[in-house]
Design a binder for this molecule. Structure first.
Ligand code: PLP
Length: 405
């Protein structure tokens, strides 16, 4: 979609605003499935925590996607969006046995990531097929917040604990139908990913009833021009070949599963905000926008660098700006960034605002969460209205009597 479409949407729906380009989500989905077209049985479970608007879930369902959910509420949202229980996987971390039992009772495939719950669940429900999350202890890249495969990580059952795991499975007579790994975000080196995959193949040989292998996600997407990204096509060629060979060896056509979040929706998203004030100081020029880390926390939380364009003045002379939000503490989106000359009232567009942006937004400073729009067939469809004052008050219970002194 083009800058002029974004300008028009900001006029039509106001700011701040999240916009998602349906065509980009669809093309990313096709790119991934094409890269693995040589695999007989391929399944994409969209990691919905990245962006969980029901309209987005419906769009992906139309394309044939399934769902990866990390909470029972996500499972319920996916069911609400029309997915059947067998199209949903539950891959939580550290949730209670009760929650896992509740989700399992809905007919959803569960994935267990620690030995304590595995033993308890297997003892109580030996006939329920279970997937296990293995931690191969491979650092795939990314930063400390999003790398989940290392030795001190809280995620998954350590591959070094396989003997204990196998003993639990034998003792409880539970059925292991899948093995899962998710090495974290921002995979740069395909060889490292393939190395982790080998560990998974090795682990898989311990189980006789497998139906699928789930390789998680963590594909890196470009944030700016010339940025490195995971070479999905190369990964597809290499992993498909190895996977097919493994299936032969195992004696069964297993399903290969990926659970991408960022890869499918990151680049489809634009966050639009209006410049309230341009403030010259002795050291920099601040552009203060009508939003803050309450709506887009990734720059403050992860130090992520979202490319910013002034779509109201795209041809303007470039100058250096610090783009900041209105939250009453440090609230910086970008420092010393080259942007076309900014005037008060201009609309700035933040790229890569599809994944982990709206879904991480909050009401901090008692602000409303923004509206969301889906750009589909050349038209903007409102898929979430901006919140109202009633939303802020909803669930709050004022004191019946205000004591006066
Ligand atoms: C978050 C998450 C994903 C998605 O990761 P991306 O980097 O957004 O692709 C996949 N699987 C699990 C288990 C996750 O927790």
């Amino acid at each position: 979609m083009q800058a002029k479409d974004l300008v028009q949407l900001a006029e039509q729906f106001g700011s701040p605003l999240y916009v998602y380009d349906a065509a980009k989500i669809q093309s990313q989905y096709k790119r991934l499935t094409s890269a693995f077209s040589k695999v007989e049985k391929l399944r994409i479970n969209y990691a919905m925590k990245a962006l969980s608007n029901v309209a987005i879930l419906q769009l992906l369902r139309e394309m044939g996607s399934c769902i990866d959910a990390v909470s029972i509420q996500e499972v319920q949202l996916a069911l609400h969006a029309g997915y059947s229980p067998d199209q949903i996987f539950f891959t939580p971390n550290g949730v209670s046995l009760e929650e896992i039992e509740e989700v399992s009772a809905l007919g959803v495939q569960i994935n267990i990531d620690n030995l304590s719950i595995l033993e308890q669940f297997g003892t109580k429900h030996p006939s329920v097929p279970v997937c296990i999350r293995i931690n191969p202890h491979v650092m795939a890249g990314g930063n400390a917040n999003i790398s989940v495969g290392h030795i001190d990580s809280k995620f998954g059952i350590s591959v070094h604990q396989l003997p204990h795991l196998v003993r639990i499975v034998e003792n409880t007579k539970m059925k292991i139908v899948g093995i899962h790994m998710h090495t974290g975000s921002d995979i740069l080196d395909i060889e490292v990913f393939l190395y982790a995959a080998e560990i998974l193949f090795d682990a898989a040989k311990n189980f006789k009833d497998l139906e699928f292998l789930d390789f998680g996600s963590g594909f890196k997407v470009p944030y700016k021009k010339d940025d490195v990204e995971t070479d999905i096509e190369e990964l597809g060629r290499k992993l498909s070949k190895r996977f097919n060979a493994f299936c032969k060896e195992y004696g069964k056509d297993l399903t290969l599963i990926f659970e991408p979040g960022k890869f499918l929706v990151s680049e489809a998203g634009y966050f639009l905000a209006k410049v309230n004030v341009v403030k010259q100081t002795t050291s920099t020029v601040f552009a203060g926008i009508d939003s803050g880390f309450n709506h887009l926390i990734r720059p403050m939380f992860y130090g992520s660098q979202h490319y910013i364009e002034n779509i109201s003045n795209p041809k303007g002379k470039e100058r250096f700006y610090s783009v900041v939000g209105y939250i009453c503490e440090t609230d910086t989106f970008a420092n010393n960034r080259r942007i076309s000359e900014i005037n008060e009232g201009d609309i700035l567009s933040f790229r890569n605002a599809g994944a982990y942006c709206f879904s991480m937004s909050s009401n901090y400073n008692s602000r409303y969460k923004p509206a969301e729009v889906l750009w589909l067939n050349g038209e903007g469809h409102l898929i979430r209205a901006q919140e109202t004052f009633e939303d802020l008050l909803k669930n709050q219970i004022p004191l019946p009597i205000i004591a006066t002194v």
